[in-house]
Design a protein around this ligand. Sequence first.
Ligand SMILES: *Cc1c(COP(=O)(O)O)cnc(C)c1O
Length: 333
Amino acid sequence: MSRPPLLHRRFTPLADSLPHLRLGRPPTPVRELTGLTSTVPVWCKDESGYGAGGWGGNKIRKLEWILPDARRQGTRTLLTVGGLGTNWGLAAALYGREQGLSTAIALIDQPIDEHVRAQLVRLRRSGAALHRTHTKRRTIASAPWLFLRHATGGRLPYFLPPGGSTPVGTLGYVEAAFELADQIASGELPEPSHVVTAVGSGGTAAGLALGLRLAGVHSRVVGVVVNDTLRLDAPAVVALAGRTERLLRERGADFPPARLTVDDVTVVRDWLGPGYGHATLEAERARALAAATASLELEPVYTAKALAALLAMADDGRLGPGPVLFLNTYGPR
Ligand SMILES: *Cc1c(COP(=O)(O)O)cnc(C)c1O
């Protein structure tokens, strides 16, 4: 038997109202990364191994809440959207399949490099129905057709926005924040002054911000925007955290208002480069440095840009004396 999620233990009514499906083995490890920078101590919470199929990353924690919610609604198909190299779409397809759900994905163009090409091969093998809709505009225009095309048994598919960043999906990182709070309390790592994560659709940053607040941890979430196709600023992240807080309350959790405001999170855009999926020199350097000094495997779209931001912000004093926590959201296959 797997352990119940911390959210169910903390807010007991949720055990009945918000089903959870354990897909990974918590807690994910934390370790200090030495050799990246001498300006602040850098720690890492490593989500790369979180998942059943030998690979993981941050999308698995979202699916732990999304898949049982979809099943409870009686859906047999997930419909979602992503870039050509979507980690999210692949995770939904593979983990959904194990739950008897099929997945359809509208794919939006992104620069094609080796990483994306390999990902496309995995997507094709996943059994997901792939629709190359190319642009956001054409995806929206084909939405009615996509919904009807993938209706099964008289039911429309369960729609998931890019990255699975619904309030239900965001619970995955509320849970991860609770887990981190326990690791801090047990002395596995010091309380970080900042927690740095990539922002691709915002669920990870929003869930962390809400969860850390609810757990009484004072770390400030720093979100590094890597996606220019969605609105991802501090108000958007805080709004998603607010919708997630409302969901918890609607489902029976009782707690004082979190009162998160835009001043509680830092969202930076300076490491995006020319756009989503476009390589940057800073990210390539950060990726090489992480591999060489910390045996940490990053990818160019999200985590390398997030680490590049962390290093630059540490250097110019914006992260204070630290310690800083880097969330490794990438689960290599
Ligand atoms: C999706 C993804 C992110 C971004 O998480 P969001 O919750 O979508 O902001 C970060 N890193 C990796 C590797 C991802 O695949």
